[in-house]
Design a protein around this ligand. Structure first.
Ligand code: ZN
Length: 431
């Protein structure tokens, strides 16, 4: 077996994509008589998504001998890559190994590449150590992602599927003709095995990309046959070719389990704490609140310190209403990437809610509001000389214990939808 891996062949403006190149290359290999057993689509460190759209590397597991595979892969990159885009820096890595037999070092490189940035130098020295064929164009930074795609089959342990339907290449750049009603009906039929096909609240066919490029629609889910069956129910312009990828999309593979001390820019974390400031809607409709360590002693007089600001951006739509319902003192686990010191929320779990709030007592004799009798002295009525301790009022809360998430229209590729299950508390999935 041979692993052929490619990355950074995409273009932001022209919308070429790595999966299309991999699909064409797989067809070339099959035409030459070589079986292609598996196609992998690996979403890498989401913090470097700016580099290519979605930052995805691809790998083919094929029976083609490695030297021949390398020649075919280089030809495919030269034919299909977007060399006119300055930011495109394609790379090919070919490993003459069974995908299950890659070394622990390459598997580790893959695991880390999903969570953090690697240097090109590190990728090239690892590739050289293992005798892998590699080639880069325009700097060849894509060899970082390509090497990660070589190691991913061993390095990552959770997989989902995406069945992609492509347009005829000469239609790229024209509006896609997809019957939205048929997409919604197919999505209902396939749910919950197939997810993030549509956003029912926003009325959006999420599976149909907005950017130019050859993808007509991509159907994601936990079962490849079910993804293909959903695709078959969608009415659209002619589908030129189809391919099913095994992928780390929807797995939360990017998240580190962190304490507040570990949070830093460019890192995606899962961290637990207590809400320290009331949610505030700022310009643009983005909703912010503070989160701090919950293990500090709560004396009742001090608010815990804010360790990080969390934000639900405007495109997360009604998820912001969940965030606006939070109150200082609520205990949460939040997930998201830190950028410019702010954690961009992908989901959060309510661990406990503040159920009461302190109120100033009213005088039992005259009914007027009482006044503080001094620090720790309770309250008194100045006129009647009556005294009282602290009074509390029960709060009605719109939230329940458990996980809340952004809607499908705002989901990042690698973020795990709640409908997939396996969470440590009840879930409130968006569909
Ligand atoms: Zn009174």
């Amino acid at each position: 077996m041979t692993v052929i891996a490619l990355d950074d062949t995409d273009s932001r403006e022209r919308g070429m994509c790595s999966t299309y190149l991999a699909t064409r290359l797989a067809e070339t290999l099959r035409d030459a008589g070589y079986d292609v057993e598996r196609r992998l689509l690996v979403r890498l460190d989401p913090a470097v998504e700016h580099k290519t759209r979605g930052n995805a590397a691809v790998a083919l597991h094929t029976a083609c001998p490695s030297a021949t595979a390398f020649d075919h892969a280089c030809e495919a990159v030269e034919r299909w890559s977007e060399f006119e885009d300055d930011r495109t820096s394609p790379g090919v890595v070919v490993a003459p190994d069974d995908p299950d037999a890659v070394s622990a070092a390459v598997a580790r490189f893959a695991r880390d590449a999903v969570r953090e940035h690697h240097s090109l130098g590190r990728a090239l020295s690892l590739a050289a150590d293992h005798g892998y064929h590699h080639r880069g164009w325009d700097g060849g930074r894509g060899r970082i992602g390509a090497l990660a795609a070589v190691g991913a089959w061993v390095g990552l342990d959770e997989w989902t599927y995406e069945h992609i339907s492509y347009r005829a290449f000469d239609r790229c750049g024209t509006p896609r003709e997809v019957d939205v009603d048929s997409v919604f009906a197919a999505a209902d039929w396939g749910y919950p095995t197939v997810w993030d096909t549509v956003d029912r609240v926003e009325g959006e066919a999420v599976c149909v990309p907005n950017a130019p490029g050859p993808i007509l629609y991509g159907i994601r889910g936990d079962d490849p046959a079910r993804c293909r069956a959903v695709a078959a129910r969608i009415e659209s312009e002619p589908v030129d070719r189809r391919a099913t990828f095994v992928t780390n999309q929807g797995t939360d593979a990017h998240l580190h389990d962190d304490g507040f001390d570990a949070l830093r820019d460019g890192r995606a974390s899962r961290v637990s704490g207590v809400v320290t400031t009331p949610p505030e809607t700022r310009r643009g409709g983005h909703v912010f609140f503070g989160l701090g360590p919950s293990d500090v002693p709560n004396t009742g007089t001090e608010t815990p310190r804010t360790a990080v600001d969390c934000v639900a951006f405007e495109p997360t739509k009604h998820f912001r209403d969940r965030v606006r319902s939070l109150r200082p003192g609520d205990r949460l686990t939040v997930c998201g990437e830190v950028s410019a010191g702010t954690l961009k929320l992908e989901k959060f779990a309510v661990r406990s809610l503040v159920r009461t709030e302190r109120v100033t007592p009213t005088c039992p004799d005259c009914g007027r509001s009482m006044e503080s009798a001094g620090r720790g002295q309770g309250y008194r009525c100045r006129d009647c000389e009556t005294r009282s301790g602290m009074a509390t009022r029960r709060l009605d809360r719109d939230l329940e214990r458990g996980w809340y998430e952004v809607p499908p229209c705002a989901r990042r590729h690698v973020a795990k939808p709640l409908v997939r299950g396996g969470f440590d508390a009840p879930t409130h999935p968006e569909r």
